[in-house]
Design a binder for this molecule. Structure first.
Ligand SMILES: [Zn+2]
Length: 234
């Protein structure tokens, strides 16, 4: 079942490796089917070199295995919480990329300071609150998802497709598995640039709302004009 989605999810997982965002078996990508009943996700702890698209695991929205010989990613319940709350989100990616994790460990949001950030994230990429001991001890992965959706209570998850989980790392999402990965790659780059910028000028302020609006809106939404007319605006 869901053969094409398995291929898409496999390809997106391999893209994380190609882009240098994961070491060993860290990182995972999933996507949800059109009816939002099943999620295809990377198996847990399988080497990327040995993995094939047929190893992708299909789970239902409660996390029960529907198809697949291997156990799904240990972060599956985090992905499921994101799908339940963000009903326009079709894919989720998670990495331990260095700069994004560093902001997560520092408990810092990545503030928008330039057009690279504004082209893809319409405002600061937030870092969640720290998780409580009872949230860590019981249903940790599910609660990791909940702390992400709680952080976006008053934010537009379509306009800011990324979150840093405090003391852990980034989760990103998108319309397709490849787009979720693309957002992980861009997030890592803007976190790296932000880190350098903050070292050059420790009093740096966020960019102007006017410039943020200009850059985000020329690529996203009704008035977008960046790229060719038949092109997906990435
Ligand atoms: Zn992780």
């Amino acid at each position: 079942m869901l053969e094409q989605l398995k291929k898409d999810v496999y390809k997106a997982n391999m893209e994380l490796v190609k882009k240098g965002l994961v070491l060993y078996t860290w990182g995972n990508v999933s996507a949800i089917d059109q009816d939002r009943r099943y999620v295809v996700i990377k198996p847990s702890g399988v080497d990327y070199e040995q993995m094939t698209y047929e190893d992708m695991v299909v789970v239902n929205i409660d996390g029960e295995i529907v198809e697949g010989k291997l156990k799904p990613s240990s972060d599956t319940k985090t992905h499921l919480e994101i799908y339940k709350a963000f009903t326009d989100t079709w894919a989720v990616a998670h990495t331990h990329s260095v700069y994004a994790v560093s902001y997560a460990q520092a408990g810092r949001n990545v503030i928008p300071m330039g057009s690279t950030h504004a082209d893809y994230f319409y405002g600061e990429v937030p870092c969640t609150r720290a998780m409580m001991p009872e949230e860590i001890r019981n249903e940790y992965e599910k609660n990791t998802g909940k702390v992400i959706t709680e952080t976006f209570k008053n934010k537009d998850y379509n306009a800011i497709p990324a979150c840093l989980v405090r003391n852990h790392g980034p989760f990103t999402w998108g319309n397709t598995a490849m787009e979720a990965v693309f957002h992980s790659v861009v997030l890592e780059e803007i976190a790296r640039i932000a880190f350098i910028t903050e070292r050059i000028n420790k009093d740096i302020q966020p960019m102007s709302k006017c410039l943020l609006d200009k850059h985000f809106k020329r690529k996203h939404g009704k008035e977008a004009y960046y790229g060719q007319d038949d092109e997906v605006k990435e």
